[in-house]
Design a protein around this ligand. Structure first.
Ligand SMILES: [Fe+2]
Ligand SMILES: [Fe+2]
Length: 338
């Protein structure tokens, strides 16, 4: 029999003393909490009716610029979900040496598969050209630039000989976590969420809108888990969170904020339903400031939030009836809070 260990011996990375297969006793209750919250949010794309979307898409009632917003966002998200899933499995998982955090990563990887599945379902329902949608990240510069930014961070961790046991290695790993959780899922997804959910508020493509609501609900937990993970790596390894490294992180977020604004501009060349690219400059900066604060950095921009209704979409406490569809029937117990 192996010798019992104390939960306090567990470490989020570079754990040498505790077997990574032993979930209990747990140390990081937050990881388990996020795992349970994720499990309470089960949904399947096929449960969302697409008939109104199909009718709207085929009737020609949508303006050209409205179709562009939909297509660009399908193009970006359809592959971004796979990039996130692959990064978890190939780059993050093996370096997180803690079973409760891995339990969440397994759940998250499944959710990313469901999200990719949603784009398969949408492309299929609307009979869109799959090469156009899933190949858009190679064709549209502003999508390509966001994805290339992320892929470099994955490659860094996949280099032969990569280790989190040196200060540089751990900094690269932190950059990967920040690049995916704070930037990809916390900034790069948010213009698209705001665009598609504004369409939904006007009853345009409601089936796509509903799926984006579920994706946003999942992504809110991904972001929260990621921030806890990043802050735990930082607090257990304070020597790598140097002022110079913090500056590097702020520069990354600043660059990403610009890439996201350029993407919003490309989605909205003429403005649609009162949405203009200028509003997105404010919105992306507002979001970026909130993300910086959550990893202990000072906000950069001080921009106002042009879409206060978006926080209502995210904060379920305020919108108890927000998800009043059959998906809510899957929730187990009444303890769900997110
Ligand atoms: Fe996702
Ligand atoms: Fe995600």
């Amino acid at each position: 029999m192996s010798k019992p260990f104390q939960a306090k011996e567990k470490r989020i990375v570079n754990c040498k003393t505790v077997d990574v297969n032993q979930l209990m006793p747990m140390k990081y209750d937050w990881a388990w909490e996020h795992y349970l919250n994720g499990c309470h949010n089960n949904w399947m794309p096929e449960e969302v009716p697409m008939s109104r979307d199909i009718a709207q898409w085929k009737s020609g009632s949508l303006k050209e610029e409205e179709r562009l917003v939909i297509l660009r966002n399908l193009g970006f998200f359809s592959t971004a979900e796979s990039l996130v899933g692959n990064n978890i499995v190939l780059a993050i998982f093996r370096h997180v040496t803690n079973p409760e955090a891995r339990q969440y990563l397994l759940r998250q990887a499944f959710e990313e598969a469901i999200h990719t599945h949603a784009f398969h379902y949408i492309v299929d329902s609307l009979s869109l050209n799959p090469h156009e949608v899933f190949g858009m990240y190679n064709e549209i510069n502003t999508i390509h630039n966001k994805d290339a930014f992320e892929m470099t961070l994955t490659e860094e961790v996949l280099k032969p000989g990569f280790t989190t046991e040196t200060a540089e290695g751990l900094q690269s790993f932190l950059k990967n976590l920040i690049g995916y959780y704070v930037i990809m899922e916390g900034i790069f997804f948010y213009s698209g969420f705001a665009m598609i959910l504004s369409f939904q508020r006007k009853n345009i493509m409601p089936g796509i809108g509903e799926q984006f609501q579920y994706i946003l609900r999942d992504e809110t937990i991904h972001l929260n888990f990621g921030i806890d993970l990043i802050n735990t790596v930082k607090s257990e390894n304070p020597e790598v969170w140097t002022p110079a490294f913090q500056e590097e992180v702020v520069a990354m977020v600043d660059k990403a904020t610009w890439l996201e604004y350029m993407y919003a501009k490309e989605c909205l060349p003429k403005g649609v339903l009162g949405l203009t690219s200028n509003l997105f400059l404010d919105y992306v900066r507002y979001i970026a400031d909130r993300r910086l604060e959550r990893i202990g950095l000072k906000p950069l921009y001080g921009s106002p939030n042009p879409f206060p209704w978006m926080s209502e979409c995210i904060d379920l406490e305020k919108e108890k009836n927000f998800f009043e569809t059959k998906v809510t029937q899957y929730r187990m117990g009444a303890s769900l809070s997110w």
